[in-house]
Design a protein around this ligand. Structure first.
Ligand SMILES: [Cu+2]
Length: 225
């Protein structure tokens, strides 16, 4: 019985508090309104609960999945010679010690949704030329390069052959025939639609050091949901 009274009192207090909050809100709108449309605004903003909830960031909602994936290629990211694919959110400015087995590998795993075009933007700050790349283009891509005469974008279309292109690394998904060459000091952009949910490894096939084939460095996983 006492519990019910307490609950009732709490409910009344809550109603009073909400009502006074509503008044404050309407008053604020009235003051800030310069056109004198107070009544209109008041009725327009009558649904206070709806307004307030729309103003509060939905912190518990799952993060919106972006259809753009930004990826850095960072030479010596894990210490000397340990090059890596690095997600912007994982780049802290510190160098993880890749040769230490006790060290947790950086998270460079990517999650995307199947059936929608995903744009990959890969920024490579490595200036090393480690291999010449030759292959037929399966997934079209564009290489952006800064030259003495300005920025140059070179597009590679499906079916054409790339011949002896000097590269630092590749972005390769063996299961999906994605094989994108990454020349030194460039940005490489391509769009791919993953059709089947699953987990796919992405890696660099250029002999670029001990980061090659090492999860968190030149190897990561793409989860397609
Ligand atoms: Cu590499």
């Amino acid at each position: 019985m006492t519990d019910r009274i307490l609950l009732g009192l709490l409910l009344v207090a809550l109603i009073v508090a909400t009502a006074s909050l509503a008044q404050t809100f309407v008053l604020t709108i009235a003051v800030t309104d310069q056109n004198g449309h107070i009544d209109q605004l008041a009725s327009q903003f009558g649904d206070l609960a709806g307004i307030v909830s729309s103003l509060i960031p939905k912190q518990n909602a799952s993060p919106a999945q972006s259809n753009v994936v930004y990826l850095y290629v960072v030479p010596d990211f894990g210490g000397s010679t340990y090059d890596a694919f690095v997600l912007p959110q994982s780049f802290s400015g510190n160098t993880p010690n890749a040769s230490s087995h006790s060290n947790t590998a950086p998270d460079n795993n990517i999650t995307v949704t199947h059936g929608v075009p995903i744009k990959f933007i890969i920024s490579n700050i490595d200036t090393a030329i480690l291999q010449n790349f030759t292959n037929q283009v399966s997934t079209p891509f564009t290489i952006y390069n800064d030259t003495a005469s300005g920025q140059v974008a070179i597009q590679y279309t499906q079916g054409e052959t790339v011949s002896k292109l000097p590269i630092s690394h590749t972005f390769t998904v063996p299961d999906l025939q994605i094989d994108i060459p990454i020349p030194p000091d460039t940005m490489v952009v391509f769009t791919y639609t993953f059709n089947t949910p699953g987990v796919y490894s992405y890696l660099c096939t250029t002999p670029c050091g001990p980061g090659m084939g090492l999860a968190g460095y030149m190897l990561g996983y793409i989860t397609v949901t």
